[in-house]
Design a protein around this ligand. Structure first.
Ligand code: TXA
Ligand code: MG
Length: 326
């Protein structure tokens, strides 16, 4: 897995890899990010797969400036003030997704908000410029490990993978970005403490809601709340058969026939393809006019864990049965 110097030739290669759906680890002023094309659900599925995250947390989408951010998210006056004050810099702002914005459902974990950040690091800026894409990038560490602040940390975390790593030296801040949510009319909620202090924020924003302990670490973001995962119609798990008024979320080559609408996560049983399709297919099925969604079983291995986590939350939130009805 090559470490590349941050020169023009390497950045061109990295930008090509990103445009082809591949992954590139790159430095930001906070920590190294594991970047992929935020508009490409297969690339975003590859990020979750590489990190082996047990759930689909929403990812921070990196863009080159505020106007690129406004194409993807809806900024009210407060969000714009925060962006103008702290960008480029170590602050991520969660805002409602722009209707028809280009960020894929999986990057937002199926939710209706998106976390956006304009990083200040010159290598991150150069890569965003060359790739000309919004980049979804969580910290470039396997799930449960420390965030990487050098290219060597990244390389140690993903031995033998084909992720390209752009080596920009040690990250100057070494602490993740602060995450704030500006999703409800002027209110600002602190979702994660980070490199921009609460005091700094408070100087520019009238009132900060304490969604967290002032000294807290990462907290469950709104994306992780059970109700966020509820489809608008009931969801039935482990379906082997289907009722005529159900919409079927199939997996693998042998789905039952007869549903109102059938969408197949992956006819070949490919979990990465299934992850890439999951949220968009659930959205389509819940609008099909069916009374309920029946989901076929998905194996637990690899990305299957995160897919099943999402389906179970959806089923629990929508109060439904498991298995086939008598
Ligand atoms: O400094 C950083 O923020 C690094 C660099 C690479 O930018 N990235 C990073 O990403 O730390 P990650 O995925 O490890 O942490 C993202 C945090 C998580 O706590 C996640 O739940 C929250 O941001 N988040 C992302 N999108 C969100 C959303 N739509 N709503 C609420 N929280 C969100
Ligand atoms: Mg992280």
């Amino acid at each position: 897995m090559p470490l590349l110097p941050p020169d023009d030739t390497s950045l061109t290669r990295a930008a090509e890899q990103l445009n082809n759906g591949g992954l590139v680890a790159f430095p930001t002023e906070t920590v190294y990010g594991l970047g992929g094309d935020a508009t490409n659900p297969t690339a975003v599925a590859a990020i979750f797969e590489a990190k082996a995250r047990p759930t689909f947390n929403p990812l921070i989408v990196h863009v080159k400036d505020l106007s690129a951010a406004e194409a993807l998210g809806v900024f009210d006056a407060t969000a714009r003030t925060i962006a103008r004050t702290f960008w480029p810099g170590p602050l991520s702002i969660v805002v409602p997704r722009q209707k028809n914005g280009a960020v894929c459902d999986l990057a937002c974990a199926g939710g209706d908000t998106v976390a956006l950040r304009v990083p200040a690091h010159p290598v991150a800026q150069a890569l965003l410029e060359k790739a000309d894409l919004p980049l979804a990038a969580p910290s470039a560490n396997p799930s449960g490990r420390l965030s990487p602040t050098t290219a060597q940390h990244v390389a140690e975390g993903f031995p033998g993978s084909d992720i390209l790593i752009v080596d920009g030296g040690p990250c100057p801040l070494g602490l993740e970005s602060t995450v704030v949510a500006c999703t409800a009319d002027g209110a600002v909620r602190l979702l994660r403490n980070g490199a921009v202090s609460r005091e700094d924020l408070a100087r520019h924003v009238g009132n900060i809601d304490d969604a967290t302990e002032p000294d807290g670490d990462t907290l469950p973001s709104p994306g992780m709340l059970a109700r966020h995962y509820a489809p608008r119609i009931p969801l039935r798990l482990d379906a082997q058969t289907v009722e005529p008024d159900e919409a079927l979320l199939a997996f693998g080559p042998n789905g039952p026939a007869g549903a109102t609408m059938t969408l197949n996560l992956s006819t070949t049983g490919d979990l990465k393809e299934a992850a890439a399709n999951l949220f968009a297919m659930l959205h389509e099925l819940e609008q099909s006019g069916a009374r309920r969604i029946a989901a076929m079983p998905v194996p637990e291995g690899g990305l299957g864990r995160a897919i099943n986590d999402r389906l179970r939350r959806g089923a629990a939130a929508s109060v439904c049965q498991t298995g086939d009805l008598a």
